[in-house]
Design a protein around this ligand. Structure first.
Ligand code: PMP
Length: 414
């Protein structure tokens, strides 16, 4: 196995991540680099690679054990309750689609228009989409009003599910999850947290936040692609049709077409041979993060974020996108536009001339991104802002030198 390089410039960062020397990844929000802990866990297991839950051999038994231990570690990391299911999925999109198929018939799902498409599009017809609020308190007020209205108009027996993000993938702004959960529960609703962007930046604990379900992507959490989880209340999940019908999802199959008894527990929704290496890699990252000094991780990211935002604010031709007050709590994500410049052109130049990777576009959150772009034009009075944006995002492998390289490159465009 060739030795995998740590990015030399990232040696001062609090998490050891892999990378290619000379290439700067400021696109953690899309996919974070792989943590060395994840790569090591995969390398250790590779010689043992064999089927999970399907074989009697020693290799197979070790892989089955590793898979189930990964489930336990990840569940513990996210504060799963004793009776929650921890279901492996491909990513957050997959997890939210699974839940969308598992909600009981007649469920109304309530979301905000500021969500990522993964938390807007899977929900059934009749879902309620609340406008983007102008501050976190407004989100709580709007949700309370909507749930009151909904309860007035519908049978209290019909379930309601609130679906919210922990942190916006466009602005990095954090949402008041615990307060939203309190409001949801006060109205007899359940709540699912899209933690795709929050989990890589802050501890996310189901119990503390008191959310019913949580969805996460491994590839944004320093693990490789292809492993995510849905964690949450067992009753809806055990009563729902299997998300993936097939081997492993059944406890009995008879000769007649419909003679099948589906498994309960996570297996019901994990049909087919599972992604063992993804699960083990994700668990290794959870363990590494759990053992790290949380204060130091947060301080590192917040210092870099302040440097990035401060540097951008000092560039007169750069305009930041935001929903809330500039001082609202955020994770390490900033979207912005460069006046007079097409965003794709800027991203292409950053890559070609400076070896810096950022994202451009509308970030799979079209309603929010379009609204923020038009607000930015209104706020600044500038008529030369482009119709799409740029996004720089940092994480535990990022360094001040990388942020400074971006700022210097953007300064040249003024
Ligand atoms: N929710 C949010 C807030 C996201 O940022 C993303 C990914 N950009 C997703 C959901 C979907 O994640 P994935 O593509 O890993 O399914």
């Amino acid at each position: 196995m060739p030795s995998l390089p740590t990015v030399p410039s990232a040696q001062s960062a609090p998490l050891d991540v892999l990378g290619v020397p000379g290439e700067i990844n400021l696109d953690y929000a899309a996919s974070a680099p792989c943590a060395r802990a994840a790569a090591d866990a995969v390398a250790e297991l590779l010689p043992w690679y064999a089927s999970v839950h399907r074989g009697a051999g020693a290799l197979s038994r070790r892989c089955t054990l590793a898979y189930e231990q990964a489930r336990q570690t990840i569940g513990d990391f996210f504060g799963a309750r004793a009776d929650d299911h921890v279901i492996f999925t491909r990513n957050t999109t997959d997890a939210l689609n699974l839940l969308a198929r598992a909600v009981p018939a007649g469920t109304t799902v309530v979301t905000f228009a500021g969500e990522h498409h993964a938390n807007l599009l899977p929900w059934p017809r009749g879902s309620v989409r609340l406008p983007v609020p102008s501050d976190p308190a407004g989100a709580v007020r709007d949700l309370a009003a909507a749930l009151t209205e909904l309860r007035r108009g519908s049978s209290p027996a019909l379930p309601v599910l609130v679906a919210v993000t922990g942190a916006s993938n466009v602005t990095g702004e954090r949402w008041p999850v615990a307060e939203l959960a309190r409001v949801a529960h006060r109205h007899g609703a359940r709540i699912v947290l899209d933690a795709a962007q929050l989990a890589p930046h802050a501890p996310v604990d189901l119990l503390t936040l008191d959310v019913d379900y949580l969805a996460v992507s491994g590839h944004k959490l320093y693990a490789p692609f292809g492993a995510g989880v849905l964690i949450g209340r067992a009753d809806w999940l055990d009563a729902a049709p299997p998300y993936l019908a097939g081997g492993g999802a059944t406890s009995h199959v008879g000769p007649a077409t419909h003679d099948v008894t589906w498994a309960t527990g996570p297996a019901r929704h994990e049909g087919g041979t599972p992604n063992l290496l993804g699960a083990v890699a994700l668990a290794a990252v959870c363990k590494a993060l759990d053992e790290a000094d949380q204060g130091a991780l947060a301080a590192h990211e917040q210092a870099l974020l302040a440097r990035l935002r401060g540097g951008l604010a000092a560039l007169p031709h750069v305009v930041e996108l935001r929903t809330f007050d500039p001082d609202a709590p955020r994770v390490g994500i900033v979207s912005f536009v460069v006046a007079g410049w097409d965003s794709t052109e800027v991203a292409t130049r950053l890559a070609a001339e400076h070896h810096i990777g950022v994202r451009d576009g509308l970030f799979c959150a079209h309603p929010l991104a379009r609204r923020l772009l038009s607000e930015a034009a209104g706020r600044t009075g500038r008529r030369d802002l482009p119709p799409t944006a740029l996004r720089a995002s940092i994480g535990l492998g990022s360094t001040a030198a990388e942020v400074d390289r971006l700022l210097a490159a953007l300064a040249e465009l003024g």
